[in-house]
Write a protein that binds this ligand. Sequence first.
Ligand code: PMP
Length: 301
Amino acid sequence: MNTKLNPYYTESTILYNDGEFKKASDTTIDLYAQTLHYGYGVFEGIRAYKTESGAKIFKAEEHYNRLKRSAEMIHIPFNYSIQELIEVTYEVLKQNNFENAYIRPLIYCSPNMGINRPNQVSIMICAWEWGAYLGDQLLNLYQSSFCRPHPRSTKIEAKVCGHYVNSILASVEAKDNGFDEALLLDSEGFLAEGPGSNLFFEKDGQLYTPKKGNILPGITRATVIDLCKELNITVTEGAYKPELLEQADSAFLCGTAAEVIGVNSFNSKVFPIEWKNSLGKKLQTAYQNLVLEKELTSQNF
Ligand code: PMP
């Protein structure tokens, strides 16, 4: 295995697969797997952080509950105990000596060329050491020509493998046009989300975020909304046109992989409030303190 081509595992990496801990390099997937052909599978993206009391998986239950809901929404049976999956995940971290890690559980389906319910279902949980997904520089966002899938065309709130073709198209288009990341609208032209993150923007001292219905309701998004309550920041969920974002004071994206990351511009319009003075920066600090289990005190700001 060439580690230059594959940064995710080495000869000694261990993952969990259907009740067993195995070497990642020894695992295979059947070329007739329903998931491979039709994108019919569900997955999660979770992070573990090195805290003072060792590696802690952030919002583990929330992520595995979402994995269960995602599977059930698209008729993939989920016969696992959430607590057991969390324990197994800690074991994967331990066997690989990881403390700061990105964790990827995937539920995939056995060989079946039919467009119907799965025959047999498998689970794998792997982890690798991964920095901030979108880097740590402020992002220049591009309004994608692709819209998010219509909620009547799929279960938009499920984290389904096949949905990510939409994300990849948007992301590649943004980068090919010289931007850092895409921002997708919904099918009616309202702001939706990034290819793998949710959006918040600031206007006149308050925060706004696209409401649920056309987005993947992120666990980080919910955490940010909770933090806003603690920090007395007003946040409103609604349907917003892209022109509102162009006129915003500041903005940020958030997600498990990206964490909280500031936005410099949208459609080349630079936001007037400097990131260091924005509500997003406050929330970025609060989020870091929370995942690292540090006290939320005024000294942190
Ligand atoms: N939207 C999409 C399309 C995503 O893929 C993700 C990443 N899972 C998010 C939002 C953010 O979700 P979370 O905060 O749960 O990682």
